[in-house]
Design a protein around this ligand. Sequence first.
Ligand SMILES: Cc1cc2nc3c(=O)[nH]c(=O)nc-3n(C[C@H](O)[C@H](O)[C@H](O)COP(=O)(O)OP(=O)(O)OC[C@H]3O[C@@H](n4cnc5c(N)ncnc54)[C@H](O)[C@@H]3O)c2cc1C
Length: 433
Amino acid sequence: MKTDPQTVVVGAGIVGICTALYLQEKGRQVTLIDPMPPGEGTSSGNAGIISVGSVHPEAMPGIWKEIPHMLMQRMAPIALRPAYAPRLLPWFARFLASSSVAKADQSSAAISALSSRALDFLQPLVNKAGAQALLRQEGTLYINETPSQFAAAKLNCSYYQRRNVDYQLVDGTELTDLEPNLRSGLAGAVLVPAGAQTLSPLALSRSLFKLFQQQGGEFITAEVTGFKLEGKRVTALYTDHEMSFNQVPSNQVPSNQVLCREVFITAGAYSKTLAKQLGSTVPLDTERGYSLDLPMPGIELKRPLLFAGRAFAATSMMEGLRLAGTVEFAGLKAAPNYQRAHNLAQQAAYLFPRLNAAEGENEGKPWMGFRPSVPDTVPVISASPHFDNAFFGFGHGHLGLTQGAVTGAMLSALAVGEDCPLAISPFRVDRAW
Ligand SMILES: Cc1cc2nc3c(=O)[nH]c(=O)nc-3n(C[C@H](O)[C@H](O)[C@H](O)COP(=O)(O)OP(=O)(O)OC[C@H]3O[C@@H](n4cnc5c(N)ncnc54)[C@H](O)[C@@H]3O)c2cc1C
């Protein structure tokens, strides 16, 4: 067992890595722990969008009218595996309850508070890591293919107005000037100029992790299975296997325990059971999403494009053209249905007439990730109400890449008792769900 109590961050996705870096800034000696290599979970295959202007919760007013249509389309942007339906019900009931006009506006305020500060907290880490070339800020385009979609999008711009987010309406002809590779004849789009992207989410996580190690951070390859609790403190973490000598100081006996001074749960969609063991019940589920990288697309987009009716995005990256999105409710255990990723290529062929067909060497590798989603789209960024040295940072759903760094900054401030950069109350783990 390690004899020197550590500041331990459980989960090395983008949220955990950024949290670890901000804790180092506060002078903490930090250990990250994850069974997978850093950044290789859901944080790797996402659409790469840093949605600085994000203001819309997933549970928008009137969503209940759209869901049946979305579920029934041929290449359905939303899918529900029937066997999972009973388990999803409580989450879904809360999701619908979050879609009232008042609740959606409340969620929007919290989402915007976080997302609008995304680059303020990510950019300094990226600069320090020397990874500036991985970020680009050319805006984000939300594309509407039909006049009725565009009319609905214009109405939803009231959220941008209320949150003071700059946006521009772009009609169909201007759209092809902005993005010449798009097919002509689409109805229009909303451009959010503040939107940014990474050219590779995985390369970004790896650069940040390298910085963490250069600053003396330690990484343990293991899964956390439980906690040793003494009074109001977590004193150790149990892991799924004994750690080898290269993971613990050589004068100590290897063991399946890590002593902890404080613990941060940033395990993405897997955080629910860990939080439960610390006395906090959170309605966390997963909206599984798919992506497909086309390595030789033959086209380059200037900025990320999101297709409202299809629930996926197209982003040019180091890996090629990444098509990423859709939602599948099937929990953490069911096998992926990679046909959903391949379907994205068919849709992209329609949207980008000059796209190299996805076949042969360009067929691309399908990927699936687990968005950690809470019903109101507002992540948990919180001290534990039950343990003085436990903190939570999970539930970022569709926006974890965007909100990871600001989450880390907030958690590190909470841990050392400094003023938080944002008001913490909307993100509390013990809020009324
Ligand atoms: C298709 C798709 C597109 C997306 N596009 C975007 C986008 O454009 N912009 C954006 O902002 N967001 C996007 N997202 C969302 C974003 O990817 C996630 O919100 C984010 O990656 C979550 O990060 P995380 O660090 O919380 O979780 P993860 O990246 O999943 O990391 C959690 C880590 O915890 C580890 N872990 C789990 N259990 C344990 C345990 N018991 N002990 C130790 N470690 C454990 C896991 O192995 C994993 O490495 C997208 C998601 C998907 C699926």
